[in-house]
Each structure stands twice: as C-alpha cells, then as structure tokens.
Design a protein around this ligand. Structure first.
Ligand code: GRF
Length: 215
C-alpha cells in the first residue's frame, strides 16, 4: 500500500474527506502523517483523533522560504511518502521543494484552472460573472496553482450566489474529486509522464465531473 503525507494549513476538510474515503474502504493508502505549517491548524486535532501522526513545522520560525521548505521536506521524508497531498496548504513552495517531489505532489485548487489561480477564487468568479465554476486537482509545478490537470469538477454559478454559497457548492465537489485522484494514484492508474497526465484508459471519461446541479 502506498504511503501518503497530507499537508494542511487550516480546517482540513479535504484531509477529512481523504480520511473518510480511506475509512470507507475507498482509498487504499496508508496516511502516514498530516503536517501543518501552522501550529493552530484545526485539522491537526482532527487528524490526531483519527489516530494519524500529526506534526507542525511553523513557518514563522524560519528566516526564509528555502530554510522552511528544507525543514518541511525533512519532516515529510521521514515518512517515505509515495505521494504528498497539499490539502489547503497555504504556502508558496520553492522550486527546489517542488522538484524534489516531482510527479508525487498533488494540489487541489478551488477554481477551474487555469482560470482564477491564487486567492479569493469564488469572489473573483462572481465578479467576472462566469456561469460555471469549480475545482481542480493537479500535479504541482513551480508556478503557483499551475500544473498538469488530473480531474476537474464543474458547478453552476447562480444569480442568487454569494461567496459563501458558491464556496460551499465547490467544496462539496472538492471532497469528491480529491479522494478520487489520490485513489487513481494509489492504484497506479495515474502518473506524470513528460509533464503530461497519463490516466488508465478506462478512466478517460471519469476526469471531468459535472455536478448534478448543472445537469
Ligand atoms: C480548499 O478550498 C482548497 O481547495 C483550498 O483551500 C481550501 C482548504 O479547505 N486550497 P480545507 O482546509 O481543506 O477545508
């Protein structure tokens, strides 16, 4: 079974979705550790309650990005991860860190990339007046919120939406697609090859999810 390490910064609902999928027998991985860059991340307690090793490496204790990333990588690597899963990890990662985990570093982003990289994606989608919004799981490259797309889920943007309602609709889909992507990796149905996502042939039409609300 593959080892995964999950990185969080806050509430950790995507981490919880991964734990729930594992507990339901839908995600054949060993969650070796959850690591936060913030000592007060609520998700650390959730992880511990599930019996998962939880650590923090406080970014405030380091002079610069490279020093923090080196300490973080050292903490991660003691668990020998096959895959590192960024789940609401709110730090820009240095190129050295990203290269070290090339092909085994995933991120989830609350937009249909390449639209709306960065922060405040839901408000920006509302401000632009887009009719479809969503979320993306991708392999991480040194560019922020960029990289080969593994799976996306689309949701409608309703005239009645505000940032909160739209974020909640997207988050429901995040909790579907992240366990799915990690499962594909765990089952050797997903890999990065020459900078492109390779999915097992039978998954060809499973990587674009349209939420029932759109249909
Ligand atoms: C999610 O919307 C994720 O896509 C983004 O940050 C949020 C984290 O939420 N990167 P949670 O900590 O997983 O609840």
């Amino acid at each position: 079974m593959k080892n995964i390490v999950i990185l969080i910064s806050g509430r950790g609902s995507n981490m919880e979705a991964l734990i729930a999928a594992r507990d339901a027998g839908n995600l054949p991985v060993n969650i070796a550790a959850v690591i936060s860059n913030r000592p007060d991340a609520a998700g650390l307690e959730t992880a511990m309650k599930s019996g998962i090793v939880a650590h923090f490496v406080d970014h405030k204790g380091f002079a610069g990005r490279e020093a923090f990333d080196a300490a973080l990588a050292e903490c991660i690597d003691q668990f020998s991860p096959d895959l590192v899963v960024l789940a609401g990890f709110m730090r820009i990662l240095s190129e050295g860190f990203v290269r070290h985990y090339e092909g085994r570093l995933l991120n989830i982003h609350p937009s249909l990339l390449p639209s709306f990289p960065g922060l405040h994606t839901h408000q920006r989608a509302l401000d632009e007046g887009v009719r479809i919004h969503g979320c993306t799981v991708h392999f991480v490259t040194p560019a922020l919120d960029h990289g080969p797309v593994i799976i996306q889920a689309a949701v409608p943007v309703l005239d009645s939406d505000d940032e909160t309602s739209l974020a909640a609709r997207v988050l429901r889909q995040e909790h579907r697609i992240y366990p799915q992507a990690v499962r594909w990796f765990a089952e050797d149905k997903l890999r990065l090859e020459d900078g492109r996502v390779r999915l097992a042939a039978e998954l060809a039409d499973s990587a674009a999810l349209i939420s029932p609300e759109v249909r």
